[in-house]
Design a protein around this ligand. Structure first.
Ligand SMILES: *Cc1c(COP(=O)(O)O)cnc(C)c1O
Length: 372
């Protein structure tokens, strides 16, 4: 009935499906403790150094942030070894994705290309802009078929999105292949490499396109403080892009989208190298333990360079959806992948050692349809 009042692009959108929240599940099933392993958050929470900085910075909350977040982009430039003019900080990398599409792609003319399944933001923001969104399937083992991706591109391809390591599979593509892809794209196409999970890949140089940033003029890299740095709720991410593009993006970005607390938290997080090392250790150990445990239960587990594992329960057990529901009732939230078009698959975020053990125990029960 309201259709005539809004843009035709609004047709066919459904709300983003986030992981369920702990409070929701506590209430729904009358549980005291709930473990969330659904949204790839940091199992160690917020670093103590960051918490302390946030306390101190709280007195600054009455101030507007400095537009363009210069203190943080300067620290990032030093941390990453790229020019400060090439870094744009945003309200999560979600904001950078949205801005890139709006700045670069012409509505009704250009297209954006990605694999399927992929992170839903690429699709939603493209279509909202009136930009055609083209997708080609990943290979059966979830690796990247760049020939198929290239086949979708043409002179109107504004952006090509890839996620590396990929979500939801955890597959990581060697950086060398990404650089080769960038060189073969049509002249005006920019390759956006979403490296939200690259901090969990090892060795990182083998997978991150960062070292090629200076020499490949059409590569854009997205990073976030939401996963490795444990700041998902504060919303902080950034893009590394050619200086000419960063300058254009900053012209139209909402000037205060990165708030003062997020900026201070980001600065402190970069300094806390102990927390980063500890997170990497916990995630790599936990990932191996979970992979082993799930395999022992008969699940097909996909190799992952991220802080989560994608797996498929055996045909003999309950279905993926039934297992997800059974785990919920026992107080563990994982991620069903039906919103990615993969109803037979599940994704679990690596937790602390205790959380991983509890998950594996309850997973064994749930697969049998048993009750604890
Ligand atoms: C989690 C995630 C991000 C990070 O988004 P933020 O807006 O920075 O929280 C980006 N891309 C992918 C593929 C992700 O899974």
């Amino acid at each position: 009935m309201h259709k005539k009042l809004v843009r035709p692009e609004m047709d066919g959108f459904t709300p983003y499906v986030p992981g369920l929240s702990i409070d929701e599940i506590k209430k729904r099933f009358g549980l005291d403790t709930v473990i969330k392993m659904a949204s790839n958050e940091n199992p160690l929470g917020v670093s103590a150094v960051v918490q302390q900085r946030l306390h101190m910075a709280s007195a600054l909350a009455f101030r507007y942030a400095q537009a363009g977040t210069p203190a943080l982009t300067q620290a990032l430039a030093q941390h990453l070894g790229v020019p400060q003019e090439c870094i744009v900080a945003g309200n999560g990398s979600d904001e950078i994705i949205d801005l890139l599409i709006r700045v670069v792609a012409r509505p009704g003319v250009d297209n954006v290309v990605a694999f399927t399944p992929c992170f839903s933001m690429y699709d939603v923001q493209s279509r909202l802009c009136g930009v055609e969104f083209r997708q080609t399937p990943l290979r059966a083992d979830f690796s990247f078929d760049f020939e198929n991706l290239l086949a979708l591109t043409d002179e109107h391809t504004a952006l090509v999105f890839i996620t590396n390591p990929d979500n939801p599979s955890g597959y990581a593509c060697p950086a060398a292949d990404i650089v080769a892809l960038a060189a073969r794209l049509p002249k005006r196409s920019l390759l956006v490499v979403d490296e939200a999970y690259v901090d969990f890949a090892a060795p990182v140089e083998q997978y991150s396109a960062l070292s090629a940033f200076g020499s490949s003029p059409n590569i854009i890299i997205l990073r976030t403080f939401s996963k490795m740095y444990g700041l998902a709720g504060l919303r902080l991410g950034y893009g590394i892009m050619p200086a000419w593009l960063a300058e254009l993006v900053l012209r139209v970005k909402l000037p205060f989208s990165v708030n003062i607390l997020a900026e201070q938290a980001g600065l402190a997080a970069l300094e806390d190298t102990f927390f980063v090392a500890e997170t990497q250790r916990v995630v790599r150990d936990g990932r191996a333990e979970l992979s082993q445990g799930l395999t022992a239960l008969g699940c097909t587990v996909y190799p992952s360079q991220a802080n989560f594992l994608m797996f498929r329960p055996p045909a003999s057990s309950l279905s993926a959806h039934e297992i997800f529901e059974a785990l919920l009732r026992k107080g563990i939230i994982i991620r069903p992948l039906s919103s990615y078009g993969m109803p037979d698959f599940l994704r679990v975020t690596v937790g602390t050692q205790e959380e991983n053990s509890r998950f594996l125990t309850l997973m064994a029960e749930s697969m049998r349809g048993g009750i604890s």
